[in-house]
Structures are given as structure tokens and as C-alpha cells.
Write a protein of this length. Structure first.
Length: 166
């Protein structure tokens, strides 16, 4: 029998790719260009081979202007028999360009409220966010990281700003 042993008035930490609050934010529909299981919720992405349609993880050649947004966890993917959720190749997913969202951060990131937002473009943490290195993305951290996840606010970039007239 399971029993709840911890009570609190505080909202729990978010999940990678989960929307931070209930305000309306634009989320674009894109197709995953990465192989099965490579793309994860809460990471930053750039346009794929068909800009405006496909997305992929950033590379060393990516620029801040290429930033497409963060992969949103729409809670519409099934778990496998081991409880893992995978984003499949060519699967349609949501990408938030502007707004507040929970993102994956590097293990050594120590974000604080208002801190600079950087997207990692190489290595094992590609697509994750940090406070230095990689590409500086228009946005800011909204608080500290816990268990590899932190809240951020995306201000919108290039294509996002043009699409919304900002």
C-alpha cells in the first residue's frame, strides 16, 4: 500500500519541456529530424533541412539567430515497457519560441534569477542550457536548477520575433 508522507503548499518542480505557467504562449509544430530517441523534451533546437518544418539539435556551426525554440513536452507520448519516453524520427512535436518553460541544464550550470541563457552546441549536453559557453540566447533564467532542470523565459528570436511582429 502506498502512502503520501510529504505535504507542501509549494508547487513541485517542473519536467523538462513543461510549460512554466498557464499564460498563453506560441508553440509551433515541427518534425523531428533526429534519429529515434536522440531528441529530448526541454532542449533547444535549430531549423533542420526544411526550415519552418523540421528541427534538429544545434551544431558547432549554429548561430544564436538559428535558435528555433525549446521542445515542449505535450504529454502525448507513450512510455515503453521500462517507463522511458522517446521522440521518434519524423514525429511531430511542439517547439516554444517565446515564453516560460522548464529546460534541461548542464550538470555544472548554476543558474540564478535573471542570469544569461546559453545553449550548448556540442558534446553530450548538446541542446541543454548553461550560464556560459555555447550560444547566448535571448532570454533569462527564472531560478536555480534542481535535478538537471531550471525555469527560463525565452524572449523570442529572429523568426519568432518576425512571426509575432515584435
Amino acid at each position: 500500500m502506498s502512502v503520501q508522507t510529504k505535504y507542501t503548499y509549494k508547487t513541485g518542480r517542473g519536467l523538462p519541456g513543461g510549460i512554466y505557467d498557464m499564460h498563453h504562449y506560441p508553440v509551433d509544430s515541427r518534425f523531428n529530424e533526429e534519429k529515434n530517441g536522440v531528441l529530448r523534451f526541454g532542449v533547444g533546437v535549430v531549423p533542420g533541412t526544411l526550415p519552418g518544418s523540421n528541427i534538429k539539435l544545434p551544431t558547432a556551426d549554429s548561430t544564436a539567430a538559428d535558435f528555433e525554440g525549446v521542445v515542449v513536452n505535450g504529454f502525448d507520448r507513450q512510455q515503453d515497457l521500462e517507463g522511458k519516453v522517446f521522440i521518434l524520427n519524423n514525429q511531430n512535436i511542439g517547439v516554444m519560441r517565446r515564453g516560460r518553460i522548464w529546460v534541461r541544464v548542464t550538470a555544472d550550470a548554476k543558474p540564478a534569477y535573471g542570469g544569461a541563457l546559453h545553449m550548448v552546441t556540442s558534446g553530450a549536453d548538446v541542446g541543454c542550457f548553461a550560464t556560459t559557453g555555447g550560444l547566448e540566447i535571448p532570454g533569462r533564467f527564472l531560478g536555480p536548477a534542481q535535478d538537471g532542470v531550471a525555469p527560463v523565459e525565452l524572449y523570442g528570436t529572429g523568426a519568432a520575433a518576425a512571426a509575432t511582429g515584435e
